[in-house]
Design a binder for this molecule. Structure first.
Ligand SMILES: CCC(=O)Oc1c(C)cccc1C(=O)O
Ligand SMILES: [Ca+2]
Ligand SMILES: [Zn+2]
Length: 339
């Protein structure tokens, strides 16, 4: 053990003789059989994202060894990535009884300082990756708890329905990553927050929201990454039908995000009123829909049907009438124009 801060330890892995930041995190499970999920964080030392992703895919490369002594622990990006992955893991363990991203207790691996001014975070099929941001549009992305939730949900999706990352199924993939990123953050912080990435978005401009808004998608301009102009859509009739962004996966996700917001908090949208049912019910409906009813090619209509079926399973109809929970799901998808 090279150093100890809070419950972080840097360990020398006897087999690989590598040192990295590792925590045997006890989370969920039962008193007699706690789930111990390994959490490990590495430093890419600004290696480019392309070579990193290639080396990761070819050789399982995870980054460079952690600095021994205290310098590593002083690295806010590393500490944030590490603690955020534990918090989101706790959310899936406690709320959804899921033992890590694969439900088999897989190690949670993060690598920070990927690339140079990289305004991205990603799930590369094996682990979470975080850029440092350019300091203007984005700050260090590891600083966003909802960002970690988003990336880790990509891991959950890949280990469950594995929604095809293109067009409508890709938008549902992206939306569920935002939805569970938001739910996970709200669970961990205990505060209501429907913005994505607000903690890392435009670090020099306080209070200007995040990359996306689930409560009011159209309040956020589409960044130049996707379209030169316009706002995120909040109705199916306004969906993006072009080829940018793999068919708008980060654009049309906002339509389903709005539905999730309405189901949770309620509201009137394009004249349709939804009675919210709260996060603790809404998150169960979406998790059941994801793990039981969606398929890799599921689009918006399938998402609507999956959420209604999941709700019917959890909150039974009464004398032929939908429960308030199912009524909220139906009204929310009507409100965003998903038939
Ligand atoms: C909220 C997390 C997020 O959106 O991460 C991405 C960023 C910042 C850029 C490009 C792709 C992603 C992603 O994970 O989809
Ligand atoms: Ca947030
Ligand atoms: Zn994503």
């Amino acid at each position: 053990v090279f150093g100890k801060m809070q419950n972080f330890i840097a360990v020398k892995d006897a087999t690989t003789n590598k040192t990295y930041m590792h925590t045997p995190h006890i989370s969920g499970g039962t008193t007699t059989n706690p789930n111990i999920v390994g959490v490990s964080t590495y430093d890419a030392r600004r290696m480019g994202e392309t070579p990193f992703i290639l080396l990761s895919a070819l050789f399982g490369f995870t980054g460079f060894e952690v600095e021994t002594g205290n310098s590593f622990f002083a690295d806010p990006a590393a500490v944030s990535a590490h603690t955020n992955s534990m918090k989101i893991n706790d959310y899936f363990q406690k709320i959804h009884k899921r033992n890590s991203l694969d439900d088999k207790g897989m190690r949670l691996i993060s690598t920070v300082h990927i690339g140079s001014k990289w305004n991205n975070a990603a799930w590369n099929g094996k682990q979470m990756l975080y850029g440092d941001g350019d300091g203007i549009i984005l700050g260090s992305l590891a600083g966003g708890l909802d960002v970690a939730g988003h990336e880790m949900t990509h891991g959950v999706i890949e280990n469950t329905t594995d929604l095809i990352y293109q067009d409508e199924s890709g938008a549902i993939n992206e939306s569920l990553a935002d939805i569970f990123g938001a739910y996970g953050e709200m669970y961990a912080t205990g505060t209501v927050d429907w913005d994505m990435g607000e903690d890392i978005y435009t670090p020099n401009i306080p209070g200007d929201g995040g990359l996306r808004s689930l409560s009011d998608p159209t309040s956020v301009r589409l960044s130049t990454t996707y379209l030169p102009s316009g706002h995120y859509p909040d109705h199916y009739d306004d969906r993006y039908l072009g080829t940018l962004d793999r068919g708008g996966v980060h654009i049309n996700s906002s339509i389903n995000n709005k539905a999730a917001y309405l189901i949770t908090d309620g509201g009137t949208h394009y004249g349709v009123t939804v009675q919210g049912i709260g996060r603790t019910k809404a998150e169960k409906i979406f998790y059941r829909a994801l793990t039981l009813y969606l398929t890799p090619s599921s689009g918006f209509k399938d998402m609507r049907e999956a959420a209604i079926q999941a709700s019917r399973d959890l909150y039974k109809d009464r004398n032929g009438q939908p429960s308030p929970e199912t009524a909220a799901v139906i009204a929310a998808y009507d409100a965003v124009g998903v038939p």
